[in-house]
Each structure stands twice: as C-alpha cells, then as structure tokens.
Design a protein around this ligand. Structure first.
Ligand SMILES: [Zn+2]
Ligand SMILES: [Zn+2]
Length: 602
C-alpha cells in the first residue's frame, strides 16, 4: 500500500526538527529572514537570510543545544488558518515568507480555510504541516546538525544568496549513527578518491572532461575483466569481432539513432567531399553489419558476436561523475541473432551468465527491473503485437527462473523490452549497472535474415547484452564494493616481495623473475625503509599478498606469506606458494573476502 509520504512519522519528525532548528537560530539571530525549510532524504534543512551577520559551522553546537532545550520543553505544535491580511500581519518583517504568501493566494493554492500556520512555543511558521504533537516527541539522539552551504532563493541565481543549514535526522539514534558510518565509509571508498590513491585512473583537463586516462594499474583491472569475459563467452559459444569506433551517418539513419539519439552523440565530422562521420554511441549497428555480411542458415543460429567496444556519448558537463558517468566508455557488448524458437533459451542463458558474474564478484543486493514500453509517450516503435509478445518472453523467462523483478512502463529501449540490473551503492543510491534487451526491430531495419528449414528467408530476433557493463561503470562499483582491495586475480600488483635484509635481495629478485615468467605481477621492495614501513606501504597499496623473505626462508627455499590486513603469517615452500598462487588465479578466487578457503597451507 502506498502511504502519502507526508503522513509518515519520519516526515513529521524531520519537518518538526526544521521548525525547532529555525526557532533556535532565531534566538541567536532575531532579525534573520526565513525562507524555506523542508524535510529531505537524510534529514532537513532551512534557508535563512542573515543579512550581514551569517552563522558559521562553529555555531552549530550552540544551536543543537538550544534545540535540545526546546525538545525538553514539550512545546505543542498548534495549527491555525489565517486569511491573507491576517497572514501578512503575522509575517510582518519576513519578506520571503510574505512574498510566498501572496503568491499562494494569487495562484489559488491557499485553500478555502486560508493560509496554514503552525506555532510551537514562541515560534510560528507558515506551513502545511503535518507535525508531531509536541516537540517532546523527538526521539533522543536522533538528529545532528550537519553543515552549512549557500543557496539561492527559489533556486535562481538572479535571487539573493541565502544560507542553508542542514541537519541529519532519523527515527532513532541507531539509524542516525548507521547513516553517519555508511556516509563515512562511502567517502573513504569513493572510487574517485581510491582511483587516485591506487593509481588506477586520472582525468586530465587538457584531454577533456569525462575522458578517463587509465593508468597501468587500472589497465590491469580492465584487462583481467576482459580476459575473464572472453573465456566465459568462448565457452558459451560466442565469437569475437572487432569493429571501428567511427562510422558514416548513413548507418545511424538506418538504425534510427539519428535523429532520435542525436542529443547523446557528438556532432558529425565532415570527411572527404560529401560524407559525414560520427563517433559511435553504441556497437549494435556495426555488429548487425557483421551478421549481415554473410548469409546464414537456421543451422548456424544462434550467432553470438562479442566485442569489448569503445563508444562515445555526449553527457552534459554537469552530469559527469568520476567513472560513473563519462564521455568515453568500453562496453562488454555482444549481440545474439537467433530464431523465434531459440529466443527464450538464449535469453535464459544470458541471464544465467549475468547471475554467475554478479555472484562471483559478490555484487549482491541488486534489483531486477523489467522495463516495458508504453503506448502514449511516442518513444517506442509502434508494433503492439510484437511488444506484447517480446515482453511476455522476457517476463516468462524471469518467472521460470524464480527471479524477483519489478515492472516499469516507459523504460524499455525504443526497439524492445529490457531487463535492467539496478545496483545500490553504499548510500543506497541506485544505478543501472547492466541491461539485457530483446530486439524485434533492428533485423528488419538492417534487412538481416536467415534461411529456414523450408528454404525461406526469415528475420532473426536479436538479444543485446552487456553483463559486465562498461569498464568505467563496473570498475567504479568494484572499487567501492571492495574498498580498493582487489582479489589476487584482479590486483594490479599481486605479490609484494619483502626481503628483511639487503643480502636477501638476490633471493627476492630470483622469485620476482620466476613469478614474472609465470605471468604474475610481482614487485620487490628493496628500498631503504624499515621492515615495518615496507609492510605498511604494501598494505596502503592494498596488495593482496606479501611474501617475506628472511635468511631462513632463503636457506630452506621458503617464503613467509602474509595476506592483506591479516597479521597471520605462514611459512611455506616456494614451489608450493607459486602453485597456490596459480590456483588462486586460475579459479579467480575472491580472496579479498575472508570466507574463501585459500590453498596457502599445505
Ligand atoms: Zn512546517
Ligand atoms: Zn546493442
């Protein structure tokens, strides 16, 4: 059942705290002008015009103390209604509120009873409510004043700049503390911060905004994900193709991306005499051309074409966000061309692949959305019969696999329904990480066919899929999920070799050489730092394996193995250690989680 959000206890609590805060601030600054003070997702805020005497962060503690006193006084919230002249008298001297009161009356939003006011103690505010019964209902320890920022009256730069005071508020002290802890973790794990600290990627103004440069460490993570995808796809009968990132305008006129998708594409480049070329915003049209380049029999289907393809999309400057929203991206793309009889099984296999990847990477807590068309927006290809049929196919597959999903109309691709995997970040903000689409339109547009058992030409169905999303988006999630501590198979440096004395450097070099020949990424720390500092440096870089080399280790051809963030050390023969490392890599063990049984001990 859907409850009016304004009638929820948390709304009343946050809204009441906004009043209590304004009341406390007026004690400090009696001439402050009040603007708006609504509840928001994590609490509430209130905007003030302090004239020449603004408050600062240093005042927040004092204001909080005053708020607690007001709460103790159990002041009742009392509602009453006033006609415009009464309201203006009540609001005497409050220019913003007066302006808003007049506007409400002029636009007929004031209601028959007049303008609503709430009073608690000495404080009165024009407001619709609802509020708590009295200030004493605010639970102990459930709020905290957070920060101060600037904001414009009614959000317009043409208006005066106001001071916004933010508070956090939840239904209990525990929930507040939990939120603060999660926010702290989210800041520590922010992929932009960790990307910088771990040398994964940089943004360079001269290169352009939204165009990440992947440093060697970041390229390792990309390449390892790609190798995995290639193996998984090879076993599942995919074949890799390679196509150009720039293409003629005609291709997008055929696909329908022009003019409909033009807003997300870069402007065309004039080439030769009469041609215009575009940077590609997606790989599909090229793959359709690959399929269409050769005749196909029903015996060859499904044809599964895969490519980690570079694409370029125009995103507004203001919406760019680290790796999460970029202008150049590389997608784990593939297109499957199949008969109507095969489409269900193919869709099912694709979903199984999604679930395998998500489970392996420990990306739990996602939500599956079935994105459907609608009939009134005009955003979708008109073919009601095919829409219903395709949507039924996807819905049936999800149901038969016992996958919980929610349907949303109007979210489909313009050429067919899709399944979206919505993942929440640490603060609960949801993003689409990967999608899988069923397309009944493009085969027609690209005149793609196969010859059926009776020698007749038929149109294939097309499945678009990208389970590992783009490198940019997937890696931004993995960085935050793992806090930058990658498992051995993904880690930029897999083993740090630490000789405890200078005369052991040759043993370290020998092992480094051996690991290199086994295609492991190992480093020797032969710096002049102390032993403890070397360990700390490896931990700061979140290197999963530290091999400590002492005199006894060298003598017995052993290493002492210490894992990231573990004080437990095990001394094992070098041969065994190399073998264990190979198993961890081959099985792509998620050894950054402590429930994994590692083959370290003999
Ligand atoms: Zn109010
Ligand atoms: Zn596609």
């Amino acid at each position: 059942m859907c409850q009016d959000p304004k009638q929820t206890p948390i709304y009343k609590l946050r809204h009441s705290l906004a009043h209590i805060m304004a009341q406390a601030i007026l004690e400090l600054r009696p001439t402050a002008q009040l603007a708006f003070g609504p509840p928001v997702d994590s609490g509430f805020y209130y905007d003030f015009d302090f004239g020449g005497e603004p408050i600062g962060e240093r005042d927040l503690q004092d204001i909080e103390n005053r708020m607690r006193r007001i709460i103790k006084e159990k002041q009742p919230f009392e509602q009453r209604f006033l006609p415009l002249d009464g309201a203006l008298a009540q609001l005497d001297g409050q220019t913003y509120k007066t302006q808003y009161a007049k506007e409400l009356v002029e636009t007929g939003k004031a209601g028959d009873e007049g303008l609503g006011f709430y009073t608690n103690g000495p404080f009165t505010d024009m407001c619709e409510g609802p509020h708590l019964e009295h200030t004493g209902e605010v639970p102990k320890g459930c709020f905290k004043l957070d920060r101060i920022s600037g904001s414009y009256w009614r959000g317009s730069e043409k208006n005066p700049m106001l001071t916004r005071v933010y508070g956090l508020a939840f239904e209990s002290k525990e929930e507040l503390e939990d939120y603060i802890a999660r926010r702290k973790l989210a800041m520590e794990r922010d992929h932009r911060k960790l990307g910088e600290e771990l040398d994964l990627f940089v943004m360079d103004q001269e290169v352009g905004v939204g165009l990440p440069l992947w440093l060697p460490n970041g390229a390792v993570v990309r390449n390892e994900l790609e190798s995995w995808a290639r193996e998984v796809e090879f076993r599942a009968g995919y074949r890799a193709v390679s196509t150009p990132a720039i293409t003629r305008k005609e291709l997008y006129l055929r696909s329908g991306h022009l003019p409909y998708y033009a807003d997300s594409m870069y402007p065309p480049m004039p080439v030769d005499e009469h041609d215009e070329y575009y940077l590609r915003p997606m790989n599909c049209p090229h793959h359709h051309k690959v399929y269409g380049a050769r005749p196909h029999s029903y015996r060859d289907l499904p044809v599964r074409l895969a490519e980690y393809g570079n694409t370029y999309r125009y995103e507004k400057h203001g919406s760019l966000a680290g790796l999460l929203r970029v202008r150049a991206m590389c997608m784990n793309d593939a297109h499957i061309y199949c008969t109507p009889e095969q489409v269900e099984q193919e869709f099912r296999s694709v979903i199984e692949m999604y679930l395998m990847y998500y489970k392996h990477l420990r990306m739990g807590g996602f939500r599956v959305r079935l994105s459907l068309h609608d009939t009134d927006s005009g955003k979708f290809v008109a073919n009601e019969e095919e829409w219903v049929r395709s949507e039924d196919i996807v819905r049936d597959v999800l149901r038969s696999m016992d996958i919980a999903f929610e349907e949303e109309a109007g979210e489909a691709a313009f050429y067919g329904p899709k399944m979206d995997i919505q993942v929440k970040n640490l603060l609960g903000r949801e993003e689409t990480v990967s999608t899988c689409q069923l397309d009944f339109v493009m085969a027609e547009r690209f005149d793609l066919t196969y010859v059926d058992a009776h020698g007749e030409k038929q149109r294939p169905y097309i499945i678009h899929r990208a389970p590992l999303s783009t490198h940019e988006r997937m890696i931004s999630f993995l960085i935050e999920l793992y806090g930058g501590a990658f498992p051995t198979w993904l880690a930029p440096t897999q083993v740090m070799l630490i000789p405890v004395k200078d005369n052991l450097n040759d043993y370290a070099d020998e092992i480094e050489n051996r690991l290199r020949h086994q295609l492991f990424r190992a480093e020797v720390d032969s710096s002049d730092e102390s032993f403890n500092k070397k360990i700390r440096n490896a931990v700061t870089r979140k290197i999963p394996n530290i091999w400590i080399l002492g005199g006894r280790e060298k003598e017995n051809r052993e290493i002492t193995w210490r894992r990231y963030c573990s004080k437990i050390q095990q001394t094992v023969p070098l041969d065994h250690a190399c073998h264990a490392l190979e198993r961890m890599r081959a099985e792509r063990m998620m050894d950054n989680f402590d429930d994994v049984n590692l083959p370290i001990a003999e």
